[in-house]
Write a protein that binds this ligand. Structure first.
Ligand SMILES: [Zn+2]
Ligand SMILES: [Zn+2]
Length: 375
């Protein structure tokens, strides 16, 4: 089944403002929330709406989506510049909106999305160009198998905190010069969880989760570049109270290459030529990331001249073609000459005459000469 357009899902125009998107999302989220809507496809619709909102409410993701469509999001794995954590709070926002949560405090018993995780992956220059599949191992909180997440010793159950009646919050009243102020703060008897665990599970010491090294398969797309990140949906920390897991962000760093340099999809390098090669012309072999390529150097090639090898750059990470390799020539003046070589050069100079520079049909030399005349 093809994926529906995010704007269509939210029922807004492409030019919709952030406010319009948010409004429409809230309306639809309320309509399809699985706790409210018992139709069989409600959960699916809710997920679709949530995903659309997650993308369109984030400026960077929206721009990416506008430009590349679903292809840019790669079925749960998206690429983009480094943007840090998501600004979407998961189910919590919706519950706030249902129960008029006001403020940022949430019902501790409401489903909560797990935290996002970040992993930095260092790639070799070529690995970034060709992509790779790899497994990474990250320490991750997992539901404790002994207590199945309750945090209570097997055979016992957490009880509702009597101080806050399970809300996780306590109101404290304070007299200030401005009048009486009521503060809501996390209940310190239950640490804001709303539950008291009399006998803690010994495996997780009551946390309900244990840290485990988890192997995750990552598909690095060809053409990825420094600073870009791959979002692996649902591979972050597990959610609480049945909420969804967070996401894993793999941030890419690329090692420098000692010959190639990359800018976007194009690769740059400098080609050293002897002055005889430059003067007489030559055919040389040039390394590219795709293997050696023969390059014809025309006679009279100057330092700074650039050649382009079409399609020998990096593939576009979104699958839009392939970059080029740009080769900049640098003529290297010999520093160690034998006596015989020096003699030949002196002879060359005599034949060329001391005016050889002036005879060059080159605007640089013309400008160079004019600069002296102006003295
Ligand atoms: Zn446990
Ligand atoms: Zn409490």
């Amino acid at each position: 089944m093809s994926k529906r357009d995010y704007y269509e899902v939210l029922g807004v125009e492409k030019s919709a403002s952030k406010e319009e998107i948010k409004k429409s999302y809230r309306k639809l989220a309320r309509q399809y929330h699985p706790d409210v809507n018992k139709e069989p496809d409600a959960a699916e619709k809710f997920k679709e709406v949530k995903e659309a909102y997650e993308t369109l409410s984030n400026d960077q993701k929206r721009a990416q989506y506008d430009q590349f469509g679903h292809a840019g999001m790669n079925g749960g794995q998206g690429f983009g510049g480094f943007s840090g954590a998501q600004d979407f709070g998961g189910f919590g926002d919706i519950f706030d909106m249902f129960f008029g949560g006001g403020g940022r405090r949430r019902d501790p018993n409401a489903p909560q999305q797990g935290a996002d995780l970040q992993y930095t992956m260092v790639l070799d220059f070529e690995e970034a160009i060709f992509g790779k599949e790899t497994d990474i191992v990250i320490p991750k909180e997992e539901e404790c198998q002994t207590c199945h997440g309750s945090g209570a010793k097997p055979g016992t159950k957490p009880t509702t905190c009597s101080h806050c009646n399970g809300s996780g919050q306590l109101n404290t009243e304070q007299n200030t010069p401005f009048g009486r102020v009521v503060n809501r703060r996390a209940c310190h008897h239950c640490s804001g969880t709303g539950k008291i665990i009399a006998e803690k599970c010994t495996t997780c010491t009551g946390k309900g989760t244990v840290k485990k090294n988890k192997k995750i398969h990552i598909n690095i797309p060809a053409g990825i570049d420094e600073g870009q990140q791959i979002r692996v949906a649902g591979k972050g920390e597990p959610g609480k109270n049945g909420g969804p897991a967070g996401d894993l962000y793999v941030v890419i760093q690329v090692r420098k290459h000692d010959f190639f340099m990359r800018e976007g999809d194009n690769i740059f390098c400098e080609l050293p030529l002897t002055f005889t090669q430059a003067a007489l012309g030559d055919e040389v072999e040039v390394p590219t990331v795709h293997g050696k390529v023969k390059l014809k150097i025309p006679a009279g090639t100057q330092t700074g001249k650039t050649f382009r090898l079409k399609g020998k750059g990096a593939p576009n990470v979104r699958g839009y073609g392939q970059g080029d390799q740009h080769i900049k020539v640098r003529v290297v003046t010999p520093t160690k000459l034998s006596e015989r070589q020096k003699d030949l050069l002196r002879e060359f100079n005599e034949i060329a005459g001391n005016n050889s520079i002036e005879e060059q049909d080159d605007s640089l030399f013309q400008r160079f000469k004019r600069a002296f005349k102006g003295d």
